[in-house]
Design a protein around this ligand. Structure first.
Ligand code: SF4
Ligand code: SF4
Length: 371
């Protein structure tokens, strides 16, 4: 995108984005504050965004605090990911009803809805692209995911305030967006002026932008927005040296260090639940007590559970260390073998939401050092 295609929306006009999306029939989801965290849920207006909130993150720690700035996107990332809205944690696939000596199967209703996600960070956009490869374009695609993706409008927000656990620069997934969005914003606030540099990345984006009051961006506004994203790139809290890491991990499959990590890992699976790319699931069939109704449901699952790798006769990953190794190896090494990119975008959520603060960058770095 060149700078000529960029415009400015003033803060006072930001609600017009919501109004334009609603008028086009989009159900809008975005960040909002609930239970002392920034989560993603359906929101009806800009006033429901986390205005004036920011978050502080460390390994195993997340604190939401009030900021003096009345920014709309002044937080980093919360525990929720957009996958909750594209690939729900729980879903009924079908139900069956017994009648006389036969039964009828009723497929679960899945209406493709027009959704707009407002506030997608660059690393999260990359994560959606990674899930697309599997759930939309893969050999075993999920038709509902594909339908939701086709009807999705994405308003991305460049990152100008990375957190202590962020390492998107190492994963080439931020802090600025390059493609895959309908509209992309950079929020600028200096105490006096509060505006958004905006660019359209699709025809649908241009159509929405036309309905929002905006003006051409001044050269100094563009320069300040670019510098803010450049500064964010130099303020990453963490880094991960990816050079040759896949091969190093493959060569150290039997390292004793996996056992050292396992002494700390609780195998709780939190890191997989908060990860924007993890997609493993389980299918459960249940019947009612009368035996005349049955259901099949899909749930998010985790490679940290013993049952997840249960194959006839027992689990093939019965030890804690083999389950942690599977997760880290899949993120950094196997994913590249399977799908051509790492399965990690450097969002840092697994570090923040690990109850014991296990850090993927430190552990992968330790394997490299010990190699
Ligand atoms: S592995 Fe961790 S840092 Fe990487 S994308 Fe998943 S949650 Fe984010
Ligand atoms: S690394 Fe942390 S979050 Fe992941 S399973 Fe182990 S203890 Fe739980």
């Amino acid at each position: 995108m060149n700078n000529e295609s960029k415009s400015v929306i003033e803060r006072k006009d930001f609600q017009a984005l919501f109004d334009a999306l609603s008028a086009e029939g989009y159900k809008i989801s975005g960040p909002t504050v609930r239970d002392n965290a920034v989560i993603y849920d359906e929101i009806g207006s800009a006033e429901e965004l986390p205005i004036g909130w920011t978050d502080h993150q460390e390994g195993g720690s997340y604190r939401l605090t009030k900021s003096k700035k009345k920014t709309l996107f002044g937080f980093i990332l919360g525990p929720y990911t957009w996958k909750k809205l594209l690939y729900p944690p729980e879903k009924k696939i079908w139900e069956a009803q017994k009648s006389d000596r036969s039964f009828e199967i009723v497929e679960a209703e899945s209406k493709p809805i027009k959704q707009a996600f407002v506030g997608v960070r660059p690393c999260e956009l990359k994560a959606i692209g990674i899930q697309d490869k599997i759930l939309r374009d893969g050999q075993h695609s999920d038709p509902e995911y594909g339908a939701l993706r086709r009807n999705l409008f994405i308003v991305a927000v460049n990152c100008t305030n990375p957190g202590n656990n962020c390492f998107c620069v190492s994963m080439n997934s931020g802090p600025g967006v390059s493609d895959g969005f309908d509209l992309a914003l950079t929020e600028m606030f200096n105490g006096k002026d509060h505006y958004f540099v905006i660019e359209a990345g699709s025809r649908a984006g241009k159509k929405i932008l036309e309905k929002i009051p905006h003006r051409p961006a001044k050269p100094e506004e563009l320069e300040q927005a670019e510098k803010a994203v450049e500064r964010a790139a130099s303020k990453m809290g963490r880094s991960l040296d990816m050079k040759g890491l896949k091969e190093i991990l493959h060569n150290n499959f039997d390292s004793h260090y996996w056992g050292e990590i396992a002494k700390r890992c609780l195998t709780c699976g939190n890191c997989t639940m908060v990860c924007p790319t993890c997609f493993c699931c389980n299918i459960e069939d249940t019947t009612n007590l009368g035996g005349d109704r049955a259901e099949r449901r899909r749930y998010w699952d985790t490679c940290y559970s013993v049952d997840f790798s249960y194959i006839h006769g027992g689990s093939i990953r019965s030890t804690d260390y083999s389950r942690y190794r599977q997760w880290l190896m899949h993120k950094i090494a196997y994913w590249q073998d399977q799908f051509g990119t790492p399965g990690c975008v450097g969002c840092g959520r697994c570090i923040t939401w690990c109850p014991v603060g296990i850090d993927i960058t430190e552990e992968a770095g330790a394997i490299r050092e010990k190699a």
